[in-house]
Design a protein around this ligand. Sequence first.
Ligand code: NIG
Ligand code: FE
Length: 410
Amino acid sequence: MKLAILGCSQLVTLAGPHRPRAGVEMRGLAIIHDGAMLIEAGRIQHVGKRSEIESLIEKDCTVVDAGNRVVMPGFVDAHTHPIFAGNRADEFEQRASGATYAEIAAAGGGIRSTVRQTRAASEDALLDSTAKYVQWFLRNGTTTIEAKSGYGLAPEQEYKLLRVIGRIKPLRCVPTFLGAHEIPDEFRGRAQEYAAVVINEMLPEVASKKLAEYCDVFCEPGIFGLDESRRILIAARALGLGLRMHADQLSKSGAAELAAELAATTADHLEHTGASGIAALHSAGVQPVLLPGSVYALGSTRYPNARGMIQAGLPVVLATDFNPGSSPTPSIPMVLSLACTQMKMTPAEAITAATINAAWSVGRAHQIGSLEPGKLADFVIHDCTDFRELAYFFGVEPAHAVYIDGNSVL
Ligand code: NIG
Ligand code: FE
């Protein structure tokens, strides 16, 4: 099973130091012009100039001509909520007429409305509805997603969602338990009691059955405050789970500082995080995961301070936050566009943030996120000749062909 990819206008390898890329390192994509790649048994064996690789091709090797297109690692989408029933096009219409996300949520809509629909769906039905979104991710050049539960909010319901995540194919999935996504209807006004169910019942089961690698919390005043979030995340860590947080999304509450205190793997959103939060994340080695799709779709203009974070030396990650409420997009290219136009990241920084830095943030940098010998052959042939076109054009699906483990999946 040997495969050679020739004819890459740019082979965007992202090769570099084995660490998350920070500061000016985020601009170095290690591009090979007129590049080529040799793959064996699903792993990258060689990358180089076409002439070097051509000399290594043996008789039994399948040769694919990329047609003078950009070839690069599959995007790693480090923050998604892809398992849900129904959608919230009705609330989208209400928001277009002036209602806010917070008002709709307080009135019983928002996450809780998706929870009601998702609870009523079987595991197989959810897997079926997710299949459509899996195709959307692939068509946008994504080969790995971090996938959260969080629309079950009851023990068996959350396990059901995590089992669906475990069955997704052919995308690579990193499962995260987000039982603390909202207070479910039956626990309204009793957040502490619900947090106790998360800590005493759900977390031990999730950990012992290995249903998730990470635990996330929606840390926001009125949902899970700092104290509850801390309790939940400390319990998760004691059970061996990695930590992620929805932090400072709708208000500045000290959530970024809490992520730093707990040395979480990531702090996500950070729209309201200021200089002290950024400094705290940096000294604790927490990776920021920025989600401009949710800012855009909520009609806000308050984007996170990406330039401040890069300047402070944080290895920034970009992700879609794909979900039926705040960010109904599976498109990393759309996120690259928003990162460049709204947050003034350069196209190279944005691509680093959605590949190698994202791979570090989901604990997979030894396998994916760059095209280097020994890594898994997860790569995409994009229908463009220059990598900057991926952030420049928007509203298109740029992937021409997608490979996971060296197998053609699109
Ligand atoms: O990351 N803020 C919490 N969770 C999601 C929204 C989920 C939803 O609206 O269904 C987010 O934006
Ligand atoms: Fe989210």
